[in-house]
Design a protein around this ligand. Structure first.
Ligand SMILES: [Zn+2]
Length: 432
C-alpha cells in the first residue's frame, strides 16, 4: 500500500533526473534569496547556474546547526514573511533554539510526505490515530496530524499528557494507531500492565515511533507489549519532521523521500563522502522547500544507506535505524560507544527500565563512564546486598558488550529529567 505509488515507485533513472532539476532550482533559489548562502557561494566562487550533475553537490558548502542558530529567528528564510503561513522551532534542549517556517506549498508537501510515512506504517482512512507527541513549537505532532488528516484517518490530538490519560483515551476511543517517542510508548505499555488491562482487549494495531534513536530490542519489546506492528520514522525540525523517511512493513530500514531530499552520508570528521553501507553522518539538501531550504545540512545523526531493492516495491533508498547522534557518540579509552548499545543490554535485564543517562567524567586524568539507570521500585528499595548483585550483573554485561568498564548507579523510576518526553542520553563533563 502506497500513498503516492507513482512517486514512491519511480524508476531510479527518472528519480535522478528529477533530483537534478530540483537541485538546480534549489541552489538558484537560496543564492537569490538567502544572504547567508549568497555570501558563502561567492566566497567559494560557486556559480549557481553551473550545476550539471548530482555529483556537483560536492562543491556546495555544508550548513551546520550553528549556522541556523546564528541566523535566528528569520535570517535563513528564503521568502518574505507574508508568504509564510507557519513558524515553528526546535526544542532548544541543546542550546539556542532554531526557528523554521513554511509556505502554503511547504505545508502541502509536508502533509503528503507525512501521509506516505503513515501509509507505509500501515495506517489507512479507517484508523483512529492517537498523537501523543507534544503539540506546540515542536514540529512532530502537527506534521503527523496533517498527514493523518490528509489520509482521512480520525485524529486524536491528545498531545503528551500523562500515560494514564493516554491509556484511558486509547480504551474509550478505540485507538488503532499510536504515535509518539518510543520511550513514551514504553511508559504507556507499562501503564497498561500496571492498570491490569489486557492489551488484547484494546484495538491497537500500529505504532509509529520517532524523534529519538531506538534499538531493535526496543522494537521487539513494544511489539510484544502493545501487540502492534512498530515502525520507525525519521525527520528533524530543521528539515522536516516527520517526513524525511519512514519504514515500510518490512521493518528493515527507512525509505527516504528522495524526490524531496538529496541524501549523503559523510565521515563526521573528514566530511568525505562514504560508500553505501558505511556508517557516517547523514547530510540532507532540501529539494522543494520554499520558506526554509537548507543545503547540505549536517544532521549529526549517524546512519548508513541500504541500496538493495525492497520487497515492498518502493524504489527509494533506505537508511538504517539511526545509531545515535554524533554528539552522543561516546569516545572513551579509545573505544566508541553508542547509547543504543547500552539500551539493548538494559532490555535483557529484568528489573531495569531502558531509561538511562550516561555521565562522562575525568577523574585524576582517567575517563570514567557512569550509567544512571532507572530501576523498578522493588529493586531500588531492595536489601543492600541484593541491589549490589544486581548492579554487578549490569556492569559485567555492559563491560562485555561495550569492551570498556563502566560504573552503574540505580535511580528511581521517572527520576531522570525529560524534555519533550526525551532524556538527554549523554552528559559529557570532561570538557568542563
Ligand atoms: Zn520497503
Amino acid at each position: 500500500m502506497y500513498w503516492e505509488g507513482e512517486k514512491e515507485c519511480i524508476s531510479r533513472e527518472a528519480l535522478k533526473q528529477l533530483q537534478l532539476e530540483r537541485l538546480q532550482a534549489a541552489v538558484l533559489r537560496v543564492y537569490m534569496n538567502v544572504p547567508f548562502y549568497r555570501k558563502k557561494f561567492d566566497e567559494l566562487g560557486i556559480d549557481p547556474d553551473s550545476f550539471r550533475s548530482l555529483e556537483d553537490v560536492n562543491k556546495l558548502p555544508f550548513t551546520s546547526k550553528d549556522d541556523l542558530r546564528m541566523s535566528y529567528p528569520y535570517g535563513m528564510f528564503a521568502v518574505p514573511l507574508r508568504e509564510v503561513v507557519r513558524v515553528q522551532a526546535s526544542s532548544g534542549t541543546t542550546g539556542m533554539p532554531t526557528a523554521v517556517g513554511y509556505t502554503r506549498n511547504d505545508i502541502k508537501n509536508w502533509s503528503n510526505l507525512a501521509a506516505r510515512i503513515l501509509v507505509a506504517g500501515g495506517v489507512t482512512q479507517n484508523d483512529i490515530v492517537q498523537i501523543a507527541f507534544d503539540y506546540g513549537l515542536f514540529t512532530g505532532a502537527l506534521g503527523l496530524h496533517y498527514g493523518a488528516e490528509r489520509i482521512g484517518a480520525s485524529v486524536i490530538p491528545i498531545s503528551s499528557v500523562n500515560t494514564r490519560r493516554q491509556v484511558k483515551i486509547m480504551q474509550d476511543f478505540k485507538t488503532t494507531a499510536l504515535m509518539c517517542t518510543p520511550g513514551h510508548a514504553l511508559s504507556i505499555a507499562d501503564t497498561i500492565i500496571e492498570m491490569g488491562i489486557n492489551v488484547n482487549s484494546m484495538s491497537l494495531k500500529y505504532g509509529l515511533f520517532g524523534a529519538e534513536p531506538w534499538s531493535e530490542a526496543m522494537r521487539h519489546e513494544l511489539q510484544e507489549k502493545l501487540k502492534i506492528i512498530a515502525t520507525d520514522n525519521y525527520g528533524l525540525s530543521e528539515v522536516m519532521s516527520p517526513g524525511v523517511a519512514g519504514e515500510c512493513q518490512e521493518r528493515k530500514g527507512l525509505h527516504i523521500n528522495e524526490d524531496h531530499f538529496l541524501i549523503e552520508v559523510v565521515d563526521p570528521e573528514t566530511l568525505d563522502p562514504l560508500p553505501d553501507g558505511k556508517t557516517g553522518e547523514l547530510v540532507i539538501t532540501t529539494l522543494t522547500k520554499e520558506a526554509f531550504p537548507v543545503i547540505r545540512f549536517r544532521t549529526r545523526d549517524l546512519t548508513s544507506l541500504i541500496t538493495e531493492p525492497c520487497p515492498c516495491g518502493r524504489t527509494f533508498v533506505k537508511m538504517s535505524k539511526v545509531l545515535g547522534r554524533t554528539d552522543d557518540m561516546i569516545k572513551i579509552k579509545g573505544i566508541t560507544v553508542f547509547p543504543s548499545q547500552i539500551e539493548s543490554v538494559l532490555f535483557e535485564i529484568e528489573g531495569t527500565e531502558p531509561h538511562f543517562q550516561v555521565i562522562l567524567e575525568r577523574k585524576a586524568a582517567i575517563d570514567e563512564l557512569t550509567v544512571l539507570v532507572e530501576v523498578s521500585e522493588s529493586i531500588f528499595f531492595d536489601q543492600v546486598r541484593k541491589q549490589k548483585d544486581f548492579i554487578e550483573r549490569i556492569k559485567s554485561r555492559l563491560a562485555s558488550e561495550l569492551g570498556v568498564s563502566v560504573e552503574v548507579k540505580p535511580v528511581e523510576k521517572k527520576r531522570l529529567e525529560r524534555f519533550d518526553g526525551k532524556i538527554k542520553k549523554v552528559i559529557d563533563k570532561r570538557a568542563l
